[in-house]
Design a protein around this ligand. Sequence first.
Ligand SMILES: [Zn+2]
Length: 258
Amino acid sequence: MPTDADLRDELLDVCHRLHRAGMVAANDGNVSARCDDGHLLTSVTNVSKGAMTARHLVKVDLSGRVLEEGKRPSSELPMHLAIYRDRPDVRAVVHAHPPYATGFAAAGLALDKCVLPEIVMTLGSVPLADYGTPSTEEVPEAVVRWIGQADALLLSNHGAVTVGGTLMEAFYRMERIEHYAKICFVARQLGGERVLTPDEVEKIYRLRETANGNGRNPGCWSCNQFMADSCVADVCVNFAPGETFEEAVRRLVREALK
Ligand SMILES: [Zn+2]
């Protein structure tokens, strides 16, 4: 387990990386991590992620109470708190406005089709959460709807949020969705992505099971889309975390027989 001092260093490193990568402008974005004592360490409000130093971090508890006097956390803290409450496995949350991924979010487009094998293997689906007025309860409410099934989300007309077991894992997921959004954007200039066939997707799922891939939502087995909502065949199976295809089928049969 990283110490508080390690977490502080890593959190600053992630803030600087977000800024260098052009994923935030001005004071945009916020980052947090779960400490060993159960509290959260997060970025303060109104400071550029590129200019963050040790004094720009603040400790809060899971109800959002500030534990370091005189410091004010980001106004998007309720979104972070809602994710930590919903996902005990999550130890870090990164929120940014990467331009390509945010472009998709502004156009009302999720990144939820099976296009690139490495995305299917590592991230699974990137759904689009409903729009919420920034810094209100609407944002956590929209995020909580999806975060049980996904490690990366687009926020309509706003940006993106990723989670991870470590700060670097959450950062790399942000980097990955931005890269993926860029590739999809280029593919659309060239006539559109070729979505993988169900056969091709099935082979990747098999590989993922043996490789113990870590995307949360393996998506639909029968069509080539991730989410039951967008299933063209209307026979999608939405998997529970860590569930194999066979386990999901058995669970659904049990539920149907109840
Ligand atoms: Zn934002």
